[in-house]
Write a protein that binds this ligand. Sequence first.
Ligand SMILES: C[S@@+](CC[C@H](N)C(=O)[O-])C[C@H]1O[C@@H](n2cnc3c(N)ncnc32)[C@H](O)[C@@H]1O
Length: 245
Amino acid sequence: MYRTSHDQSTPIARSLAAELRAARLRKKWTQAQLAKKSRLPIRCIQRCESGGGSGEKLMAAFAATGLEIVPAPQPRQHARTIRYEKVWEPTWSTPHHITEAVLEAFERDKFCLDVASPDPPTVPCERFFTEETNGLAQTWQGDLVWGNPPYKPLKPWINKTVSEYKAGKLRCIVLLIPCKVETNGQRQLRDAGAITLVLHTRLKFGGRKGNPEFGSALYVLGATDDEIRRLRKSLPPHDQLVNLT
Ligand SMILES: C[S@@+](CC[C@H](N)C(=O)[O-])C[C@H]1O[C@@H](n2cnc3c(N)ncnc32)[C@H](O)[C@@H]1O
């Protein structure tokens, strides 16, 4: 087995030409005989034996003599690798700086309620619902409610947010969800009066192995103008917001 870079100007191309000629002579073939056996024109064999000819023709000529040439392996490319996680896991928790910024803006040290939480909770909250107690089947109430619900499916959580907000037992709810402002669900939140704060960078969720493949948005229903202004200020510069109102 011989290796070639397919570059006929290189020493290896010249040595392949010599190898081909030697292989032919070992078989005691003329160039015309090799041409016939490799189904190449004799001009091609002459070119191959003088260091010319394409890699494909050389391979055919060598194959006729019972030898094989294969392309040389290419050197490894050192590309920058960014790992994205295609699969969102319901266990991905909100980065602390996001919940801290919300609490700071609302001048609270805890949320009254986290509607979708592990047990123990990953965000500071007085009460929380888990998969077991099922936040979708409960009444949501309190002054400041937090939700970073399961995203698959997300629609039931959006419907529940809107209906619980309209029912009036909660004053304000902040939802952290993937930023898909064009969807019916997210339009439904805006129609109910939500402020959409699109986060500028992709969040690094707790419990994740790589970066998510999506951006995030905070949807805020029921906040005062002051609270929204403070929220915009309290998020760190790298999470600066685009406000869609
Ligand atoms: C994306 S995590 C967010 C956790 C936490 N709220 C936070 O912001 O870090 C969603 C959580 O909802 C929980 N969950 C799943 N189904 C639920 C349900 N039907 N009711 C309440 N919680 C649920 C999951 O177990 C998971 O802990």
